[in-house]
Every structure is written in structure tokens, then in C-alpha cells.
Ligand binder design. Structure first.
Ligand SMILES: NC(=O)c1ccc[n+]([C@@H]2O[C@H](COP(=O)([O-])OP(=O)(O)OC[C@H]3O[C@@H](n4cnc5c(N)ncnc54)[C@H](O)[C@@H]3O)[C@@H](O)[C@H]2O)c1
Length: 318
């Protein structure tokens, strides 16, 4: 059945990939974005499509649209972007999610909230299952994002319990792929841009901290499965991420292997509140959604590098 879909943050990295998949599946997509970190370029190829519409709007302001599904992705995702205006980041998560839940309630739409592994903070439990409540600093530099996303989850659960809104919550772990902002300050884009422009790769601390990296196509597949999942745990948060864990030093080695083996590594001090390790426990997603990631890091990185190379050569980010 064709759905009328609202994609907030649809001109961003993940939102634009979701728009692609939904259009390809025959749905109507309204993409809403304020272009803070997203860009029309990410959805340029969809602009002439008859089932696609693009609206410049800020989710902190209410909007009325007749839709069946809402994917609420609007929110800067990388520390450099969300710390640029931390109060605006809190407003985007809190007021933006309130507005979208209000809309979902009014038009009886199903709504999926993009949450994050950051709700686990600097975790004492490893890997992190959804039942873990996290260890988050409420007053640190990352709190505007982490606590904003935690409140967004609270709002979803309360709108579901109090008003019967049909909510889904996805806790997204580090995801990478084509269309990531070239200078979003996160490790994959840092390493790839540095390597493609012949600079040393910056590793914070000793490089022993680990992250898991999920390729965007795997993530989008998991999100779409969660949106149509009708089982008893449908309103509970679902971790979607790749459990394959790599140290930053290992990631630097793979990037050097794929681009230039001779590039040196430069060490810098660890930023504050940087989590030491993060790995999703995906048992719930596997059990309920039949989902597991399938794209290995090397393959996903090769596709990402190809996209970054093309954009750098075209002068983007200059
Ligand atoms: N990429 C990841 O690894 C990751 C991990 C965890 C969670 N997430 C979540 O997934 C979502 C998408 O992340 P992304 O990586 O695509 O980031 P992104 O920055 O590329 O996309 C976010 C989009 O939201 C838009 N936006 C920001 N504030 C807005 C506002 N007030 N009103 C309207 N639009 C606004 C931006 O312009 C951008 O297009 C975010 O909610 C993010 O928190 C992403």
C-alpha cells in the first residue's frame, strides 16, 4: 500500500537514503529540512519525481501535513554540528519531537523517532542491550545531544502510553556511507578526507577506543523493517548498528590500505566525554525484525571513499 511519508531531516545523510528507498518502493515522500547540516544536493536527483516534495521548514515550528508515516530524523548528528548551537540542538530534539508527535496524534500517523547509541553515554555494560539505561553526563558538552535524544524517547513512550500514538524508536549506532558531510568531524569522514587530501590521519588518544560502524544501506534496511514491524515489542527501542568492533587504530589502517599505505598517523588528546567503547547488542532487532547487517567495513568504506573522492574532485567543501 502506498504511504504518504514525511521525512524530517530528509536532506541529510541518512534521511536522503531513506527517501531514495521509499520512493523506489512506490511511496509518496515529503522531505522536510532546514538545511542546517543537510543539503538539497543530497536529494537533487529526486526533485523532478512526481511522488517527491521538498519543504524548507524547521521542526521546532509546528506544521500540519496529511501523512501516514513520519520518520523524525531532523537533528544534527555529529559533535561539531550539534555543539555549534547546543540550545538549538536541545530545541530540535525536544520541540521538534513534540511537534512531530503532536502531528502524528492529530493525523493518526505512525511515527519513527531516530534515537542514538549516545543515550547509553559512556556505557558500563558492553555490548549495550536496549534494557541498559546508560551512563550519561547531564551537564557536559555532549549533553545537548544525548539528553535531547533521551527526552525525545521519553516523549515517544508517553505519547504512546497516554494518547495511543503508534511510535517506533530506533537507536542508531555509528553509521557511515556516501553523502556523509565531508567535514562532520567524525572519525570515518575525518580519516577519508585526510587520506584523500594527503594529510596524516588524526587519531585521538592512543587509538585503542573502539567503535562499531554500520553501512548506511544496512541501517536503512533495519529502519524500514522496524517501521512495518507489528509485533508486541514494536514501541520499544531497537538498536540498529553493526556489532563488528574496531579500534580507531585499526580503522586508520584500513583507510590507509584503501587509499595510501604510506600516510602517517598523528596522535591528539581525547576530547571530553568521548566514550571508550560502543557496540550494539542487536539480539532484539534480529529476533523481531529478522535483521542483521551484511556489508563488511572494507566494502562499505570502498563505496564511501569513491563518493568522497568524486565530491572532493567536484570542489565540494572548498
Ligand atoms: N549518522 C549516524 O551515525 C547517526 C547515529 C545516531 C543517530 N543518528 C540520528 O539520525 C538522524 C540523521 O542523522 P544524519 O547522520 O543523517 O545527520 P545529518 O546531519 O546528515 O542529517 C540531519 C538532517 O536534519 C536537518 N535538521 C537539523 N535540524 C533541523 C531542524 N531544526 N529542522 C529541520 N531540519 C533539521 C539537517 O539539515 C540535516 O539534513 C539524526 O536524528 C541523528 O541524531 C545518526
Amino acid at each position: 500500500m502506498t504511504k504518504r511519508v514525511l521525512m524530517t531531516g530528509g536532506a541529510g545523510f541518512l534521511g536522503s537514503h531513506l527517501c531514495d528507498r521509499l520512493i523506489a518502493a512506490g511511496h509518496e515522500v515529503v522531505c522536510l529540512d532546514n538545511y542546517f547540516t543537510g543539503s538539497k544536493r543530497n536529494v537533487e536527483h529526486l526533485l523532478d519525481h512526481r511522488r517527491f516534495e521538498l519543504i524548507r521548514h524547521d521542526v521546532t515550528q509546528p506544521i500540519l501535513l496529511e501523512v501516514d508515516w513520519i520518520f523524525n530524523l531532523a537533528c544534527p548528528a555529529s559533535p561539531v554540528h550539534y555543539q555549534f548551537n547546543p540550545i538549538k540542538t536541545v530545541k530540535t530534539s525536544v520541540l521538534g519531537t513534540l511537534n512531530m508527535l503532536g502531528l502524528a496524534k492529530r493525523v493518526k500517523a505512525r511515527i519513527l523517532q531516530a534515537s542514538t547509541s549516545e543515550v547509553y553515554g559512556d556505557p558500563e555494560v558492553h555490548p549495550q542491550p536496549e534494557s541498559y539505561w546508560g551512563k550519561v553526563n547531564p551537564i557536559g558538552l555532549r549533553s545537548c545531544y544525548d539528553e535531547g535524544k533521551r527526552i525525545a524517547e521519553t516523549l515517544c513512550m508517553d505519547y504512546n502510553r497516554a494518547n495511543g500514538v503508534d511510535t517506533r524508536i530506533v537507536r542508531i549506532f555509528n553509521t557511515y556511507g556516501p553523502r556523509m558531510a565531508l567535514r562532520d568531524g567524525r572519525v570515518v569522514s575525518n580519516f577519508v578526507v585526510q587520506a584523500l587530501t594527503g594529510q596524516p590521519l588524526t587519531v585521538y588518544g592512543d587509538g585503542a577506543q573502539t567503535r562499531s560502524f554500520c553501512y548506511c544501506d544496512d541501517l536503512v534496511d533495519g529502519i524500514l523493517r522496524l517501521m512495518v514491524y507489528e509485533g508486541p515489542e514494536r514501541h520499544e527501542p531497537h538498536n540498529i548498528g553493526n556489532p563488528g568492533e574496531f579500534t580507531m587504530a585499526e580503522l586508520a589502517d584500513v583507510v590507509r590500505e584503501l587509499i595510501d599505505r604510506d600516510l602517517p598517523v598523528r596522535h591528539e588528546p581525547l576530547p571530553s566525554d568521548d566514550p571508550r567503547q560502543r557496540r550494539p547488542d542487536i539480539e532484539r532487532a534480529t529476533r523481531n525484525l529478522g535483521w542483521t547487517p551484511s556489508i563488511p567495513l572494507r566494502e562499505g568504506l570502498a563505496k564511501t571513499i569513491e563518493d568522497f573522492r568524486r565530491r572532493i574532485e567536484a570542489g565540494e567543501g572548498r
